[in-house]
Design a protein around this ligand. Structure first.
Ligand code: KG4
Ligand code: ZN
Length: 362
């Protein structure tokens, strides 16, 4: 079966053609048009600019994905598209394009949840991976743990109560003058710095006790206060650069606390679910310090770690195709009246009306 998938939930317009041979994904093409340079000028994603850029790029991106794959459009079996969650204007561009294409080719349309797709990125690199497993999604908008008893059955068992890990990295990066998005630059700075809990006492994002939830807002505020305090001590204005040593130590201390908190709740979730495989994905899963810590955590517990390569942790359409494949097998098709949804909750009720099946409560 050959699936063309489209992803446009945030600031990347992506399309990919993937063939599934006995369930094993074979990537025939993958195109990602990033808008990062445009949004970097504003220090964050500007939704209206993102929607316009998707509208401008989508035709060329999909055409290139089809021509790179070497598969004529008539041979495609289905179109998969991210319909939730994300920026509504951005999602609508992909959804409208996918609906028109599926209608024109007379093939099924498969609505894909973006968070589930992040997890599905792992199938493209671990061909023998199958459910059940525990999934950790750490991205710009999500920090969540899912028990996944079936490839199309995601049960949220923990999540952030406020900000996501990626948002926190980006915010601290921005106030320290790092280029947008701050996560990757924070990763490099943290490698150069040393953690100093005495100079940078920061609260853990792990909610104390048995809960599997996180909270990043207290940590973010504490780090911001410490950065402002340093500026005052050194009589630096908001626009003057902070000393390199300070930025490195802050990045190292912040990263250590984030990684520790995420690992703590992941270890607890592994214990509670007794799953023997951990899938990790989302943009923040590219973080080298988090990857190392999760390798250690899983090795010591005899758990298999499936974590996609750095390029597949961020938004792409191969992951959308992989989740679309399982949703297709599960009988999830969308009518041409499919809408896009900014939040997970709305997407769940749409799923019910499309399939007649209740999704488990997230
Ligand atoms: O999954 P993604 O591409 O988009 C969303 O669905 O949110 O994630 C983007 C997030 C951004 O916050 C970015 O700063 C973060 O992933 N990120 C990183 C790293 N690379 C990207 N965070 C920490 N360390 C990294 N190396
Ligand atoms: Zn994403």
């Amino acid at each position: 079966m050959i699936i063309l998938a489209i992803e446009s939930s945030c600031d990347e317009t992506a399309a990919a053609v993937t063939e599934f041979r006995d369930g094993v994904p074979c990537v025939l093409s993958s195109v990602v048009a990033s808008q990062i340079d445009t949004h970097a000028l504003y220090g964050g994603v500007v939704p209206e600019i993102a929607s316009r850029a998707h509208a401008q790029a989508i035709s060329a991106v999909v055409e290139k994905a089809i021509s790179d794959s070497g598969v004529p459009a008539e041979r495609l079996d289905a179109v998969g598209v991210t319909f939730a969650p994300g920026l509504i204007g951005s999602l609508l561009v992909g959804v409208c394009f996918a609906k028109a294409l599926a209608y024109d080719l007379g093939i099924p349309l498969i609505p894909v949840n973006h968070i589930e797709a992040h997890v599905a990125a792992a199938y493209a690199e671990y061909p023998d991976l199958s459910s059940p497993f525990l999934a950790l999604v750490v991205s710009g908008g999500h920090t969540s743990l899912y028990d996944v008893p079936g490839e199309s059955d995601f049960r949220e068992i923990g999540s952030t109560r406020d900000d996501a890990a990626g948002e926190a990295f980006d915010k601290i990066g921005r106030v320290m003058g790092l280029p947008y998005p701050g996560g990757a630059a924070m990763d490099r700075l943290a490698s150069a710095g040393k953690m100093r809990p005495d100079r940078f006492p920061l609260p853990s994002p792990a909610i104390p006790g048995d809960s599997l939830d996180f909270s990043f807002s207290g940590l973010k505020t504490a780090a911001l206060n410490r950065i402002h305090q340093e500026r005052q001590l050194l009589s630096l204005s908001e626009s003057s650069p902070l000393p390199d040593r300070f930025r490195e130590t802050m990045a190292a201390s912040f990263t250590e606390v984030v990684v520790d908190g995420i690992c703590q709740k992941t270890a607890l979730a592994l214990k509670e679910t007794e799953r023997k495989t951990l899938v990790v994905s989302g943009g923040v899963a590219a973080n080298s310090h988090l990857r190392k810590a999760l390798e250690t955590l899983t090795a010591s517990r005899n758990v298999r770690l499936a974590i996609p390569s750095v390029a597949r942790c961020g938004d792409n359409a191969v992951m959308t195709a992989c989740q679309a494949y399982y949703d297709y097998k599960n009988g999830t098709f969308a009518p041409l009246s499919l809408n896009a949804f900014a939040s997970d909750e709305l997407a769940i009720s749409e799923h019910l009306s499309m399939t007649g099946k209740h999704l488990p409560k997230r």
